[in-house]
Design a protein around this ligand. Structure first.
Ligand SMILES: Cc1cc2nc3c(=O)[nH]c(=O)nc-3n(C[C@H](O)[C@H](O)[C@H](O)COP(=O)(O)O)c2cc1C
Length: 312
């Protein structure tokens, strides 16, 4: 099994990637995963290409960086090639992110209405135009994240377009847009996609533990993990055979709270803790009682002891 993954001119030490997730893979969580180690690449929450082009404060605050060990990509969403090309120029000139990923899979109505995210899957010509124009201006690695299709599978057509435009790798979330997040991910596509596409393929969907990760690593060039990593931030280290002890877990709980305090103003801290809590300890149904206490908390100080009680 190949041990590392090459994306453009970037050699990832591990073939594992932290998925982009809105309000979850923020600077706090990426720092925590970076400190634990064992992950090859991390991707930001989805960032508005147009917001970046206009240098909006909220957008800029979402791409704050830190002194990291693991390469990080910014994930952009948008619908117009020029928003992407301007955003790429800004990222290359002003940030130390290692690459960009374009979101072509988000099913959320607000994004679809802007003809961005998964809406692009219905328009392969537009995908081609966006990628061609981005390819012309970009010198850092450039990836795209797609689903199997919008309401019908057209993944092979889309992969052909992406291959023709020379993107460096593609993440395939093995679901349709209309599947949302809860149906089984269709990993049975992995083999056919690997056979038929010359692109580096990163597989994504429903990897919740180390054993599932190791199994899926046999099928694709790299794997991307989302909810499984929030549920257990040690998952990438575990894939590298570094198993955490109870003290390590306690330390991470404290670290999350300290970083939330460092990066967010008081009025947003409680919200951040609640967002993480929803996906923490997904494999431990008994955690639900403590989660309810977290959700019922009214202040950041009140939530701390309950957050500490969560065993993930
Ligand atoms: C709360 C939440 C937010 C998400 N935000 C994004 C996003 O910003 N960009 C994106 O490409 N995918 C986003 N996703 C999708 C994930 O990246 C991933 O494709 C999906 O959750 C399936 O992988 P998983 O089963 O490992 O979580 C989000 C998923 C969730 C649950």
């Amino acid at each position: 099994m190949m041990e590392y993954l090459k994306i453009g001119n970037l050699h990832l030490k591990h073939r594992t990637i932290l998925a982009p997730m809105a309000s979850l893979t923020d600077i706090v969580f990426r720092r925590v995963v970076d400190e634990i180690g064992g992950v090859g690449l991390m991707v930001t929450e989805l960032i508005s290409a147009e917001g970046l082009r206009k240098k909006q404060d909220r957008t800029l605050s979402m791409i704050r960086s830190f002194d990291f060990n693991t390469p990080q990509f910014i994930q952009l969403f948008g619908s117009e090639p020029e928003s992407f090309t301007d955003a790429v120029k800004y990222i290359e000139a002003e940030t130390d992110f290692s690459g960009i990923d374009i979101n072509m899979g988000c099913p959320v109505r607000k994004i679809i209405k802007k003809r961005a995210g998964a809406a692009l899957l219905k328009d392969p010509k537009k995908i081609g135009e966006i990628c061609r124009k981005v390819r012309k201006v970009i010198s850092i690695p450039f990836t795209v994240k797609i689903r199997l299709g919008y309401e019908e599978e057209n993944v092979f057509e889309i992969l052909k377009v992406l291959e023709n435009e020379g993107v460096d790798a593609v993440t395939v979330h093995f679901r349709l847009k209309t599947d949302g997040y809860s149906s089984e991910a269709r990993w049975e596509y992995a083999e056919r996609i690997k056979e038929r596409s010359g692109l580096r393929i990163i597989g994504n969907g429903n990897i919740l533990n180390r054993d599932e990760a190791l199994e899926k690593l046999n099928l694709v060039d790299g794997i991307m993990i989302g909810r499984g990593a929030i549920s257990n931030p040690f998952i990438f280290a575990e894939i590298q055979d570094k198993m955490p002890g109870p003290e390590d877990k306690k330390e991470i709980t404290e670290r999350i709270m300290a970083l939330v305090e460092e990066y967010y103003p008081p009025e947003l801290r409680l919200l951040r803790i609640k967002a993480f809590t929803k996906y923490l300890a997904l494999d431990k149904p008994e955690a639900i009682k403590i989660k309810h206490k977290v959700y019922a908390s009214k202040t950041f100080d009140e939530v701390k002891p309950f957050f500490r009680e969560l065993d993930f």
